[in-house]
Design a protein around this ligand. Sequence first.
Ligand code: SF4
Length: 384
Amino acid sequence: MSSPTHHLYVHVPFCRLVCAYCDYVTVGGRGAEIPRYADALLAEVAMRPASGQLATIYFGGGTPSLLPASAVARLVQAAIDRWVTDPTEITLEANPSAHEIPDWAGLRAAGVNRISLGIQSLRDAELWALARGQTAAEGLAAYEAARAAGFANLSVDLIYGVPGQSEADWRDGLCRALALEPDHLSLYALQLALAPDEWAAPPRRGALRWRQRMVPRQDDGVAAAQYEVADELLERAGYLHYELSSWARPGFESRHNSAYWERRPYTGIGAGAHSFDGETRSWNTRDLDGYLAATEDGERALAGSEHLEEPTRAFEAVALGLRRVAGFSRAAFAEEFGQDPWERWPSAVEEQVAAGLLEVAGDAIRLTPRGRLFANEALVAFAP
Ligand code: SF4
């Protein structure tokens, strides 16, 4: 019998500029420390247990495309040696900026076979509103350069719900992106947290003031209409809507992200990276200096861990299962938790079905198209 699949996430926190809306673990102005950080990542690969078959590697950030291709190659090889398996999907997030052009050919040679490009918008007014420090032309150039280097699996990220971005603007930007024929699109609603939750990086003071100015200019109604426009346009263009924020040409769904939604075990390395072994979640310190110091001392820079009790695991099965447009299997849930989800939460299921947010279709429980707009509301009823 083959061993279960495993997944590796590599966090690279460096960014040329830190965007005011960003909640990820990032640092600006410390690019000189990238070689030292790459060595620390290699040291962490060597000290973490390697179980299962490594199916995917995902370099996320921050801006992983700031890593030299030679460092990516060393990390990929170290992971292959550690797990003694060749992953089928190796993704790297890249920023399309003329100030930070990646060595696309070097990344291909390093084994990366999927690029996720943070284009965010192909309209300069929106990039300006987001203070992204990049232009639409740079986004197009990065896309073309990655394709020309032979990347056959390209994903682009776009943001909607941007203050001042009308439904027509969004439609126009999306059509420009579709003209590129990407293999995958991730569409995110701009979230401007004034009091971020415990997992998000606290905003710097300037970023908080920027968010306070922008939040009153956001319009949830426009964002909902933009989401529906995306659904319609992308379906017509032949994309499969397979997760709340993700559309793919058939066969190009993100295997790495799908593993999160299927609650498969993964190892996260780097500052702030989370890991999950099926029952326990653990996370590294977000502090770059603390991460470097601990790892260079030969220790994992562990900041905390949490054993997930049964009610939390059952809730996460619902929360992550409902992120998938196909929903989740009642039979699989019953096998893991000993009870059909409808029997476990009869009023939650029936109320959300009556509200038009949820549907039960044979073995599957899933959100309706309207429920995808109000996913958080639908989930509250299942919370432990
Ligand atoms: S949005 Fe992307 S580029 Fe901007 S700070 Fe966050 S990770 Fe860096």
